[in-house]
Design a protein around this ligand. Structure first.
Ligand code: FCB
Length: 455
C-alpha cells in the first residue's frame, strides 16, 4: 500500500540542491589517453597487493568516452547539480607547467554539456589523484606542493570559471592524510607518522592559500572544501578509551576543520602537526568559506591500543549492528548528530552533504535490473535525518548521493558498488537501479518517498 503523502509538507526549500557525486579516477579510465600523465593511483593500484583482486582504474566506467551518455542519466535523474572532479594529471600531466589541451578540452565539453541540460557543475579540484611526478618530489609531505596546487587550481578556474560557480578545493583531506600517509591503504601508501603530519599540514595550507588566491581572482565563485566527518564512539567508559576517542575525533574530524575555521589545531594533535608548521601558517589557513562540504557514511568506534602507531584501534561494528557491504555500520542518526555538531564548529557557514550512500552486493536480474531495496532504505533513513537537522535549524543547503555510477572503490576495487546506476563492466552497459527511481522521485517532489512507493 502506498503511504498517503499528499498531506506531507516538505521541509526542503525550493532552493535546496539535490545532486550526485563522482570522482575522476573512479570513473574516467583512459589513463593513457588524451595526454594524461600518471597519477599516484595508477602506480598504487598497479602495485601488487594494494587493491583487492588487482583491480585498477585503467578503464573504470570508461566515462572519458561515455560521458555524454552518463550526463543523460543525470538528466533522467532530474538532479540540479553534479559534483565531479578534475584529474590533475589530465590537466597538467607533470603536475605543473603547460596545460594539456586535450585534458582541458574534456572538462570544457563536460561543463558546456551540463549547462545545456540544466545541471549545475560542482567542481572538485582534488579527489586524490595526485600527479606521480609531484609524488616523486615529495607529494603532500613536501611544502612546495602548496604552490603547485594553487597554480593548478588557478589554471582550471581560468578555463572553467566562467561557467563553474561552486568549487570544492579538496575531497576529504583527512582520508588523504590518514589512509594515504599513516595507514598506507590508499595512495601513496605510506605508513609514516612524519609524512602524515607534514601532508596534513600542507593540505591545510593549500586549502587556505588557494581559497585566498581564488577569491582574489574572482569574487563570484562559491568556494568550499569537503571533509569526511563521522561521530566517534568510545568502546567503553574507561579513561583510556575516552582519550583514544578524543584523539581520533581530533585526527579525523578536527585536523582540517579547526585550523580553517578556528585558526588552531585540536589539542590532541597540535604537537604532532606543529612540527611541520612555519611562522604565519595558521593565519594563512584560516580563511572564510562560502560553504562546507560534509561527507558522511557511518560512525567510528574506537578503543585505546598502546601497541599501535597512533595508540588506538578502530573497532568493527557490534554483532547486532546492521552493516553495508563495506562493513560500515548503518547509523542514520549519525547524520543529524554530525550536522548539528559541524554547524556548531563552523558557525554561520552553510553546509552541504556532498557524499552519502551505501555499497551493497547488488544482484542483478536477467536484464541487469537491480532491486536495491536496502540502498533505498539506507538513503531514505539518511534523508529523514537530514530533514530533521534542517528542521532543527542546521543551515544545510544541499545533498549529493555517492554515487551516480558503480565505480572503482579505491583499495576495494570494483566489487563494492555504490551506484544509483549499475555498471556491467564487461560491456559498460548502464542500468538504473530502483534507488535511482526513488531518488528521481525525491528530487522531483521534494518529499521523501517511502521505499515501497517506488519499484
Ligand atoms: C569517500 C570517497 C569517495 C568514495 C566513498 C565511498 O570517502 O570520497 O570517493 O570512495 O568514500
Amino acid at each position: 500500500m502506498p503511504r498517503v503523502m499528499d498531506t506531507r509538507r516538505s521541509a526542503f526549500p525550493a532552493t535546496f540542491t539535490w545532486g550526485v557525486s563522482t570522482a575522476a579516477y573512479q570513473i574516467e579510465g583512459a589513463v593513457a589517453e588524451g595526454g594524461r600523465g600518471e597519477s599516484i593511483w595508477d602506480v598504487f593500484s598497479h602495485t601488487p597487493g594494494k587493491v583487492a583482486r588487482g583491480d585498477h582504474g585503467d578503464v573504470a566506467c570508461d566515462h572519458y568516452h561515455l560521458w555524454r551518455e552518463d550526463l543523460e542519466l543525470l538528466r533522467e535523474l532530474g538532479v540540479g547539480a553534479y559534483r565531479f572532479s578534475v584529474a590533475w594529471p589530465r590537466w597538467l600531466p607533470n603536475g605543473s607547467g603547460r596545460v594539456n589541451p586535450a585534458g582541458s578540452a574534456f572538462y570544457d565539453r563536460l561543463v558546456d554539456r551540463l549547462g545545456e541540460i540544466g545541471v549545475e557543475p560542482w567542481l572538485c579540484l582534488y579527489h586524490w589523484d595526485l600527479p606521480q611526478a609531484l609524488q616523486e618530489r615529495g607529494g603532500w609531505a613536501a611544502r612546495d606542493i602548496v604552490d603547485h596546487f594553487g597554480e593548478y587550481a588557478a589554471s582550471v578556474m581560468q578555463v572553467l570559471g566562467d561557467r563553474v560557480q561552486h568549487v570544492a578545493l579538496f575531497n576529504e583531506p583527512n582520508a588523504v592524510g590518514l589512509l594515504g600517509h599513516l595507514l598506507g591503504v590508499h595512495a601513496p601508501g605510506l605508513t609514516d607518522l612524519h609524512a602524515y603530519a607534514a601532508a596534513t599540514h600542507h593540505l591545510n595550507l593549500a586549502t587556505g592559500a588557494t581559497l585566498a588566491r581564488l577569491r582574489s581572482e574572482h569574487g563570484g565563485w562559491r568556494l568550499g572544501t569537503i571533509v569526511n566527518l563521522q561521530p566517534v564512539v568510545a568502546a567503553s567508559g574507561s579513561e583510556q578509551d575516552a582519550l583514544a576517542a578524543e584523539l581520533l575525533d581530533a585526527a579525523w574530524n578536527g585536523n582540517h576543520l579547526d585550523p580553517l575555521v578556528r585558526g588552531h589545531y585540536p589539542a590532541a594533535t597540535a604537537q604532532l602537526l606543529e612540527g611541520a608548521m612555519e611562522h604565519g601558517d595558521l593565519e594563512r589557513i584560516q580563511q572564510p568559506l562560502d560553504w562546507f562540504g560534509l561527507n558522511l557514511y557511518s560512525q567510528l568506534r574506537v578503543a585505546a591500543d598502546p601497541a599501535s602507531l597512533f595508540g588506538l584501534q578502530l573497532l568493527e561494528p557490534p554483532e547486532e549492528a546492521e552493516t553495508t557491504a563495506m562493513g560500515w555500520e548503518v547509523a542514520p542518526e549519525a547524520l543529524s548528530r554530525q550536522l548539528v555538531d559541524a554547524q556548531a564548529r563552523l558557525g554561520a557557514v552553510p553546509i552541504v552533504i556532498t557524499e552519502n550512500g551505501a555499497a551493497y552486493r547488488d544482484s542483478p536480474g536477467p536484464d541487469l535490473e537491480v532491486d536495491d531495496l536496502r540502498r533505498v532504505r539506507y538513503l531514505e533513513r539518511h534523508v529523514l535525518e537530514l530533514e530533521a537537522a534542517l528542521q532543527a535549524g542546521v543551515d544545510v543547503r544541499g545533498y549529493f548521493v555517492w554515487s551516480l555510477l558503480d565505480n572503482f572503490e579505491w583499495h576495494e576495487g570494483y566489487a563494492k558498488r555504490f551506484g544509483l546506476v549499475y555498471v556491467d563492466y564487461a560491456t559498460q552497459r548502464r542500468v538504473p537501479k530502483r534507488s535511482f527511481r526513488w531518488y528521481a522521485k525525491l528530487v522531483r517532489d521534494g518529499i521523501i518517498p517511502a521505499a515501497a512507493d517506488v519499484d
